[in-house]
Design a protein around this ligand. Structure first.
Ligand code: 76R
Length: 251
């Protein structure tokens, strides 16, 4: 019986799931874009902005959320993060995007499907506003966003999933202590992807100071849970796209 006091604690920690998530990057084929007539470009950009405005309306009403960033480097040009109550709705947003005129110049360069996750290594009340805010976040409009998928090692000697529950709790406490030092400068979101995508978690960081991403990730590399068990995928960083910078990008 789960929760029976005299039973051994289950190995898997209880997790709470919130909104479903898609992180996707797209490369813009500017050659093709510029081969379109001014009228075609105007119509396509207007239609894209209407799509964004609809996401914005739902975000404002706190029914779902999203973020749109200009990806740095050659991993893509657009970094889109979609949060919706169901996977069907995440798919619907993606499909709607694919059917826009502008999609003809977009090439998907990465995608990560997951679900917002809060794990109760530390005891908390699920109804606490802070927990609800983590499960159903209104993504802040901060200048920079960083996303990366990660897993935890399953090797002889260093296997996170074979590690004693109390030991994992101790390491997560230390992890949380480092994380909380950045509370004022970084907003962090954890999404779980076991059974959904190729890594176990997705980490999304947002800040008005891009250097803070480097600081937190570097500092955590020295902390036991990341140092011993962390396996990291591809990092993507980007700058906020608002109406003005979106217009400039497609100018
Ligand atoms: O309350 C607590 O003490 C801990 C709360 C907490 C959990 C359970 C927490 C806090 N995290 C948790 C879980 Mn986290 N986190 C990461 C990364 O780059 C790296 O080395 C690691 C990537 C960052 C930057 C980060 C930041 N965290 C997790 C999990 C799931 C673990 C599991 O279930 O096994 C992962 C993979 C993960 C990774 N974490 C925080 C932060 C920050 C900034 C905090 C404090 C946030 C806050 O309390 O508001």
């Amino acid at each position: 019986m789960p929760g029976a006091a005299n039973e051994e604690q289950p190995k898997a920690v209880l997790t709470y799931e919130g909104w479903f998530s898609l992180h996707a990057t797209y490369r813009i084929n500017f050659q093709m874009w510029q081969s379109w007539t001014v009228t075609e470009r105007k119509a396509a950009l207007l239609e894209f902005k209407r799509f964004i405005a609809d996401l914005e309306k739902e975000h404002e009403a706190h029914k779902s959320s999203y973020a749109l960033y200009n990806a740095s480097g050659e991993k893509g040009d657009l970094l889109l993060w979609i949060l919706q109550p169901t996977l069907e709705e995440v798919n619907a947003v993606k499909t709607r995007l694919h059917k826009l005129k502008i999609a003809a110049v977009l090439e998907a360069t990465s995608s990560f499907v997951s679900v917002i996750e809060v794990s109760n290594y530390m005891q908390f009340d699920i109804n606490h506003p802070r927990v609800q805010e983590r499960l159903y976040p209104k993504i802040p409009r901060l200048r920079y966003m960083c996303f990366y998928p990660m897993s935890k090692k399953r090797e002889q000697g260093d296997n996170w999933f074979m590690t004693d529950r109390a030991e994992r709790g101790r390491m997560m406490r230390s992890h949380g202590q480092i994380g909380r030092k950045y509370e004022d400068v970084i907003k962090e979101f954890t999404t779980g992807a076991c059974g959904l995508d190729d890594w176990e978690w997705g980490i999304t960081l947002m800040s008005d100071d891009v250097v803070q991403f480097k600081k937190i990730v570097y500092e955590m590399r020295f902390d036991e849970v990341s140092a011993r068990f962390g396996l990291f995928g591809s990092f993507t960083v980007g700058t906020l796209l608002d109406d003005q910078s979106l217009t400039a990008l497609f100018a």
